[in-house]
Design a protein around this ligand. Structure first.
Ligand code: ADP
Length: 813
């Protein structure tokens, strides 16, 4: 089928596709068109990676927007990082009259501006939240695309996608649903659920040979062999990457952790470095500089160093800008070897001559050890092999050190069919959130109506009888009622005021319950400071632990038995008892939001248990709610993991440098960003809950939120809120005596300029943003005394003089 023969697209689209080299549709694309995607037919396309699924989606969306005047298309992505990538890809249709928007912002907004867009990209969580917030344009949708729909099988994210699709179909009865899937075992079942046509195919634009390297050769599935000897002391991965490079090809290595990705990239940088030309070396040095410019962290520096030699790593801990630079350079064949974790790479279009799947097992906490990856995942990684038009074929290679493993890998992955996908909706945390939302947004107002709505889900398609779904539904409804999120009146079920808020805020009801309890505890203590002492006593550490810690502890135990005991951590607030009642501290609030199921806590590594146990008793007076007993292993570990995460946030909000934080907590800059953003959202939600329940703690919560948002101490809050200022510049301005926005409007310009390290443009922009009448820096010289005074302030020691050390969240974007 020729692209030129397609009808029903906006003017110029077919020609545009042709100019991009899409003259003929790939067979699965032609099948999709024949199945009616351009006339509004729903479709499940279950085809291998890199076989052109995006174009299927584009044809459906563009023809829908063209056909239905005022029609709207929605493209649902599984990860935020993919949303901007897809948006950038679709923006070229704006020239053809199709406006494009992306919605990734706050969960609680209803994104009204999106009403003016024809094509919208969003994550399933965001779409779910837009439905909850009653975004009016949702009912104008004519076409919805679900990318990577096989992820309905994912424990964490699957249920949201499943429920969202069910809701969108309920709101728009004639909705066209196009679901894109990797090849899975039961695509037919998914199609039946969505009342969709099915296109299922193994076709690929370029041949793929999959094999296992064992001894001195790769043994391929087609029976052929390729000799790739491994010298003694040499690693297989290095030998295989060198072999591809010697033929002018690139290599993508999949490993099972971020740390491994970085370590492998460091090792393989040697292999790449020996094989690049002088011209490439110069370009790579430039690219490395660009990478350093993104942020001043260890990760950034390590990445820059390996990139200078032609290798790179790629994982979710990297800043988005880092990822983009690596992906582009790999596609341009400047970077020769990329070591990646599978999480993101699965969705990013980065084909490579050879793919090496180095690790096929991954640590799984719930499994309690190393667990083999799914066939589906391995196939998706292998599918990245082969760049159409550039390589004769793609090669995907697994590694074995003995014959038995080689046989196992053939059986387990090379010959194996991918698994079926199974709905994870019946899990309680998923239902908790979705049932409340279903009731709050008016989809159902009785137990019967809830069950009827759930009948539209994949879960219902996959289970005979309602037994299990009914029983979890009942226990979840009980939970929601006990926590005052819903109320029942006979058969009728409705959301309470607070239940509506929780649903709108996109909180897991369990998070909301935890936050409300913690805030109530804080409010009670503020009302009655002595209750703090009582709370401390009730949750004092077990006697055994105290006996261990010597004489002081023994005293405490004695004192504890006597009435009127005050734990050490409460002695300090005592001094202030006459002054103000204690308000919740930022650490207390960070800890509270960190222990909710909506925050992924940091792991406790070896030695952390002792460190944070000590920390816990030192700061116990600040923690809201009751510290669990040390004997309650699971609860106590969780409490400490939340404390570790809260400490990270406290460090960030105390202006600790970003690279110190990444080092101290063993995380990447992307993780710091993730925690900060989640905390901001949860604290925003806590602020609203505190206000609505009239707990009187909302001011403290807002302040803690602002400090996390800007990454500054209290005194900088005013300044750091000015656009363009950020944490480091705010500190330098403050040290130079410019302490507030008002100061900034009045201050001597030479002082401001010096505090901003002589950067005129920056200084002018900032003065403009703060509303200064005459922001011009013409003829202003930086004040030397100020310059000398702030030289060491607000920048990491050793940061280059021209690097402004401006580490704030802007670094991550
Ligand atoms: P998938 O989503 O299936 O992994 P993509 O949609 O990213 O794959 O497509 C992979 C690549 O194939 C893209 O670079 C795309 O431009 C190209 N492509 C898609 N369809 C065609 C076609 N009919 N002819 C030529 N190239 C195509």
């Amino acid at each position: 089928m020729k692209t030129a023969d397609l009808t029903g697209l906006p003017p110029g689209v077919a020609e545009r596709l042709e100019s991009e080299g899409v003259e003929e549709l790939y067979p699965p694309q032609a099948e999709a068109v024949e199945a009616g995607i351009m006339e509004g037919e729903s479709l499940v396309a279950s085809v291998p990676t890199a076989s052109g699924k995006t174009l299927i989606a584009e044809l459906a969306m563009l023809s829908s927007v063209q056909r239905e005047r005022g029609g709207k298309a929605l493209y649902i992505v599984p990860l935020r990082a993919l949303a901007s990538e897809k948006k950038a890809e679709f923006e070229r249709w704006e020239e053809h009259g199709v406006s494009v928007g992306v919605s990734t912002g706050n969960y609680e907004s209803s994104g009204e501006w999106l009403a003016t867009r024809d094509l919208i990209v969003a994550t399933s969580e965001k779409v779910d939240s837009l439905v909850r917030n009653g975004a009016p344009w949702i009912s104008e949708l004519s076409c919805v695309v679900a990318d990577e729909v096989h992820l309905v099988d994912d424990r964490h994210r699957g249920p949201t996608l499943e429920v969202t699709l069910a809701k969108l179909r309920r709101i728009n009865p004639g909705l066209q649903v196009v679901a894109l899937s990797a090849t899975v075992g039961n695509a037919g079942e998914v199609a039946a659920w969505l009342d969709a046509e099915l296109v299922q195919s193994d076709w690929r634009p370029i041949d793929l040979k999959t094999g296992v390297h064992y001894g001195n050769a790769i043994n391929f599935d087609d029976g052929s062999q390729r000799e790739v000897p491994v010298a003694s002391g040499e690693r297989k991965t290095a030998a295989l990457a060198a072999d591809t490079l010697d033929e002018g090809g690139s290599t993508l290595v999949f490993v099972n952790s971020r740390r491994n990705a970085e370590a492998a990239a460091k090792r393989l940088a040697g292999v790449a470095g020996e094989r690049i030309t002088t011209g490439e070396r110069n370009d790579l040095v430039e690219l490395a500089e660009e990478i350093r410019g993104v942020s001043d962290t260890e990760t950034s520096e390590t990445l820059a160093r390996v990139v200078a030699k032609g290798a790179a790593f790629h994982h979710a801990g990297l800043a988005a800008e880092h990822r983009r630079l690596v992906e582009d350079a790999f596609r341009d064949r400047l970077v020769k070897i990329v070591c990646a974790t599978p999480t993101l790479a699965a969705g990013v279009n980065t084909p490579s001559r050879r793919v090496i799947v180095r690790d096929w097992r991954r640590y799984d906490g719930e499994f309690g050890g190393m667990k083999p990856l799914d066939v589906l995942e391995i196939h998706q990684m292998c599918g990245r092999a082969g760049r159409p038009g550039l390589d004769p074929y793609g090669e995907a290679v697994l590694l074995a050190t003995d014959a038995d493993t080689m046989d196992e890998l053939f059986e387990r992955y090379v010959w194996a069919d991918p698994e079926d996908v199974h709905s994870k909706l019946a899990a309680e945390p998923a239902l908790r959130t979705h049932l409340l939302a279903t009731v709050a947004s008016g989809f159902a107002n009785s137990r019967e109506a809830i069950l009827e709505f759930l009948d539209r889900t994949l879960y219902a398609t996959q289970t005979d009888g309602r037994g299990r779904l009914e029983s979890v539904t009942d226990s979840v409804l009980d939970y929601l009622e006990v926590n005052d999120f819903v109320e029942r009146d006979g058969d009728a079920i409705s959301a309470t005021g607070i239940g509506h808020t929780v649903s709108r805020l996109y909180l897991d009801p369990m998070s909301a319950a935890e936050i409300i309890d913690g805030l109530r505890d804080g409010a009670e203590r503020a009302a009655d400071p002595k209750s703090r002492a009582r709370a401390g006593r009730a949750r004092s550490r077990p006697a055994a632990a105290e006996a261990d810690s010597g004489a002081d502890a023994a005293d405490v135990t004695d004192a504890d038995a006597a009435d009127g005991f005050t734990p050490a951590s409460d002695l300090v607030p005592d001094e202030a008892e006459d002054a103000e009642p204690p308000k919740p501290t930022p650490l207390g609030l960070y800890h509270l939001v960190c222990r909710t199921p909506d925050m992924y806590e940091l792991y406790l590594k070896s030695g952390d248990r002792e460190t944070y146990t000590e920390e816990c008793y030192e700061r116990e007076g600040e923690l809201l709610g009751r510290t669990p007993s040390e004997y309650d292993d699971v609860a106590f570990e969780d409490w400490l993991a939340a404390l570790k995460t809260a400490k990270l946030l406290e460090d960030w909000a105390s202006e600790v440098d970003e690279d110190r934080i990444t080092e101290r907590y063993g995380v990447g800059p992307g993780d710091v960003r993730g925690k900060v953003e989640t905390a901001e959202w949860l604290l925003g939600a806590a602020e609203q809950l505190a206000g609505e329940l009239d707990l009187g703690t909302n001011v403290a919560v807002r302040e803690a939120k602002k400090r996390v948002q800007y990454g500054v101490r209290e005194e900088l809050l005013d300044l750091a809120g000015v656009r363009g200022v950020g944490r480091k510049r705010a500190r330098r301005l403050y040290e130079a005596g410019v302490e507030s926005r008002a100061d900034l409007r009045e201050a001597d310009k030479s002082v401001v300029l010096a505090a901003l390290r002589g950067r005129r443009k920056t200084a002018e922009r900032i003065l403009e943003n703060v509303g200064r009448r005459d922001p011009s820096m013409d003829d202003v010289d930086a004040d030397e005394a100020t310059g000398a005074a702030v030289a060491g302030t607000g920048a990491r020691p050793g940061a280059s003089a021209d690097g402004d050390g401006q580490a704030n969240l802007g670094d991550f974007q």
